[in-house]
Design a protein around this ligand. Structure first.
Ligand SMILES: *[C@@H]1O[C@H](CO)[C@@H](O)[C@H](O)[C@H]1NC(C)=O
Ligand SMILES: *[C@@H]1O[C@H](CO)[C@@H](O)[C@H](O)[C@H]1NC(C)=O
Ligand SMILES: *[C@@H]1O[C@H](CO)[C@@H](O)[C@H](O)[C@H]1NC(C)=O
Ligand SMILES: *[C@@H]1O[C@H](CO)[C@@H](O)[C@H](O)[C@H]1NC(C)=O
Length: 330
């Protein structure tokens, strides 16, 4: 049935698990007949999803080897190499937040711990030991209190959402290194001298991954369809219009939101906006607010007249109620 087709498709559009909130205060202009507002609760949900996804895609992360020569009394010049430095596990904990601002949205995660392993090797030759002396082993590293922050710029470009990385940073507060094997009593001191380098290797490695991740997310968003086919006859125009509305606790998007005919059947054009917007799911607080212009129902009724006719006279309200009930129930 055509009447049951639209709702599940629209649910897909709403990226699952969001709920609807009474929302009439959204304003839009131009060819926008539907406004969607992601509340702080929705943003937190997206953030948790992103953070979990981002972290699982980062590890295992291998960092560039670090070489260092040092002067040790009586021993002379010692060459030390740390290699195969790999981040195995990252624990974000619960102290992360997302905050919309004037220019974009900031995502900050603090109190991150991460565990690494590496191989270490040293070699030296002195007047005391003219022969080349070397030793090697492995070490485990624990990074504590790491903080990661990024600011994403949001823009609408040709009907899709464009993300840009405005700012990105990673800061390591504390690091502890434990050597396994070798004369660790001697070399623990040497390793400690590498702390700073390891810290910046972790910081740079994660920052680089975040940049890559943002690019990937951006191309994913760019590739999202501007129309969602509902059945053989119709599709929903989800082209983004206007600029995103950023407040300190929500992000609003305007989409075209009209149903269009996939066949050549004429569908009336709606350019007049009716100020009357309808909303449902009165139970606050929800993750998502949506407000639909009456033109949305008119465009739906043009396409799905036969189905909507069964609703009787007030098909707008009937369709709307069915539509909203499906989404609210989800
Ligand atoms: C599409 O439109 C045709 C002609 O109006 C109709 O026969 C057909 O049942 C419609 N298909 C769906 C899936 O509604
Ligand atoms: C979809 O909406 C956009 C923005 O309002 C509009 O430019 C485009 O022509 C619409 N597409 C169709 C097929 O109506
Ligand atoms: C590098 O580290 C990984 C993970 O600890 C380990 O499986 C691998 O064998 C190491 N490679 C070398 C050359 O030591
Ligand atoms: C958001 O901004 C409004 C005024 O613009 C202010 O009253 C409110 O306290 C702010 N909320 C937060 C969480 O900063």
């Amino acid at each position: 049935m055509a009447g049951t087709a639209p709702a599940p498709m629209i649910l897909l559009l709403l990226t699952a698990a969001f709920f609807i909130q009474a929302q009439t205060k959204l304003q839009s202009s131009g060819e926008s007949f539907t406004s969607v507002e992601i509340s702080q609760k929705g943003l937190n949900f997206v953030k948790d999803l992103l953070v979990t996804k981002a972290i699982s895609s980062i590890i295992p992360l291998e960092l560039a080897p670090i070489k260092k020569s040092m002067k040790i009394p009586f021993l002379g010049g010692v060459q030390m190499v740390l290699s195969n430095i790999t981040i195995h596990g990252i624990d974000v904990g619960s102290s992360s937040y997302v905050k919309p601002g004037d220019t974009g949205i900031a995502i900050v995660a603090s109190g991150i711990t991460c565990s690494l392993t590496m191989n270490w090797r040293y070699s030296y030759s002195t007047w005391l030991f003219p022969i080349y002396v070397s030793d090697e082993g492995s070490a485990s590293i624990q990074v504590e209190g790491m903080e990661v922050g990024l600011t994403l710029g949001l823009e609408i470009q040709e009907g899709t959402l464009k993300l840009s990385l405005l700012d990105c940073g990673c800061l390591v507060k504390e690091i502890s290194i434990n050597l396994d094997g070798g004369a660790s009593w001697l070399y623990q001191g040497l390793i400690d001298a590498f702390e700073e380098e390891i810290e910046s290797a972790v910081e740079n490695g994660i920052t680089k991954k975040l940049k890559e991740g943002t690019l990937k997310l951006d191309s994913f968003l760019q590739a999202l369809p501007k129309e969602i086919p509902l059945d053989d006859n119709g599709s929903l125009n989800v082209t983004l219009v206007n600029v995103p509305l950023l407040s300190n606790s929500s992000i609003g998007f305007d989409i075209n939101g009209l149903f269009t005919s996939s066949r050549n059947a004429p569908v009336p054009r709606y350019t007049e906006k009716n100020s009357q917007s309808l909303s449902a799911c009165e139970d606050p607080p929800k993750m998502l607010g949506i407000s639909l212009d009456e033109a949305v129902f008119n465009s739906a009724s043009a396409l799905y007249f036969n189905v909507l006719r069964k609703c009787g006279k007030s098909y707008n309200i009937c369709f709307y109620t069915k539509f909203m009930t499906s989404i609210c129930a989800f």
